[in-house]
Design a protein around this ligand. Structure first.
Ligand code: DAH
Length: 347
């Protein structure tokens, strides 16, 4: 019994397929390919031997062998493509640079608490019908003291630990110790009626502690109109306190002295750190002084040429930083200047 050439082809193809599949690299595959299809391959030999056959047999065998060759070629091509893909993937994996850096989501900044407090205070007063004005931080002695009823050598000047600038005559130019000089500038630049608040930075030679920082912010208020009384002042302060701190915080006016007001008062609110019983921040008093106020002294109206028979007014001035401190219950005011990001993030 002669073996069927179809069986031989089948086992040739199967053997070839196995070797092709097993070729683990492009080089190995090239060697297998040369073995299977090259000049000295079994297939090449069989194809060469076709010449010895008679024509009919030759055609049939030739077509068969050609079919085998095509199958093997296709398998080699398929395996090569697969090996190439694998090699490329390997190369890519080896070359891969991880350019993504894991960062925290960027932190969106916001205005500093003191600036926000200033904006909020302005809003409260604008809501009450006041305009907003500003003045310079470097002032002459005249605006900072003299026009406010403190002539040179007046003992009340001692209420402010003043920083003088080396400019002109000694002790004539100062870093303003309060925002009160803006009252003078305002009255010089516009005729009454005046309803204005004047926020800004002030400077004093103060030793920093829980309630004092040498660079701080005040907001000044000035009303000049006909028939203004102390009741208008008290009502304005009360309206402001409730609007800004809420109904739980009480305010009180205590008789006091300022050269530019008569009568004068200190304006205090319940200490929000302890709520009243007393703590380090309020020096155990339960009250925090926010600022001063009073009826504009006739001498101040006189300094800017206003007739005190026709006009009267009230003024107040208090600390913006102090308001921020009380509203946000910050026991020590110095943190407002330290720029510690952990604090800035919270407030
Ligand atoms: N300028 C005063 C200070 O810094 C605060 C002040 C008191 C302002 C009475 C006023 C006022 O307008 O009427 O200590």
């Amino acid at each position: 019994m002669t073996s069927d050439p179809g069986d031989a082809d089948t086992s040739l193809v199967e053997g070839a397929m196995e070797r092709i599949t097993e070729a683990g690299s492009l080089d190995a595959l090239a060697a297998v390919e040369a073995d299977l299809l090259g000049k000295r391959s079994e297939l090449a030999r069989s194809q060469k031997a076709l010449g010895a056959l008679d024509p009919d047999e030759r055609r049939a065998a030739g077509q068969r062998l050609q079919g085998v060759r095509r199958q093997i070629e296709a398998a080699v091509a398929g395996r090569r493509a697969a090996l190439e893909d694998g090699a490329r993937a390997e190369r890519l994996a080896a070359d891969r640079l991880d350019l993504t850096e894991v960062l925290e989501a960027p932190w969106r900044g916001h205005l500093h608490l003191v600036q926000r407090t200033r904006d909020e205070l302005e809003d409260v007063f604008v809501g009450m019908g006041f305009a907003v004005a500003e003045g310079p931080e470097v002032e002459t002695d005249w605006y900072n003291f003299e026009a406010l009823n403190m002539p040179p050598a007046h003992p009340a000047r001692g209420m402010w630990d003043t920083l003088y600038l080396k400019l002109g005559e000694p002790e004539t130019v100062v870093l303003r110790t309060h925002t009160s000089p803006v009252q003078i500038r305002l009255m010089q630049s516009q005729a009454p009626p005046i309803y204005a608040v004047m926020p800004g930075r002030c400077y004093r030679r103060d030793t920093p502690d829980a309630r004092h920082i040498p660079t701080f912010n005040q907001i000044e208020g000035l009303v000049v109109d006909r028939g203004i009384s102390f009741a208008d002042l008290a009502g304005t302060i009360e309206t402001f306190t409730t609007a800004y701190f809420g109904p739980d915080i009480h305010s009180r006016l205590r008789p006091s002295y300022f050269p530019f007001t008569e009568p004068s008062a200190e304006f205090e609110i319940t200490c929000t750190i302890c709520g009243g019983p007393g703590c380090r921040t309020c020096s155990q008093t339960g009250w925090i002084e926010l600022g001063g106020c009073g009826m504009v002294d006739p001498a101040v109206l006189g300094a800017v040429g206003l007739d005190d028979e026709r006009w009267s007014g009230f003024a107040f001035g208090f600390g913006i930083d102090r308001c921020a401190q009380m509203r946000h219950q910050i026991p020590d005011m110095r943190v407002l200047l330290e720029n510690d990001a952990r604090l800035l993030r919270q407030i």
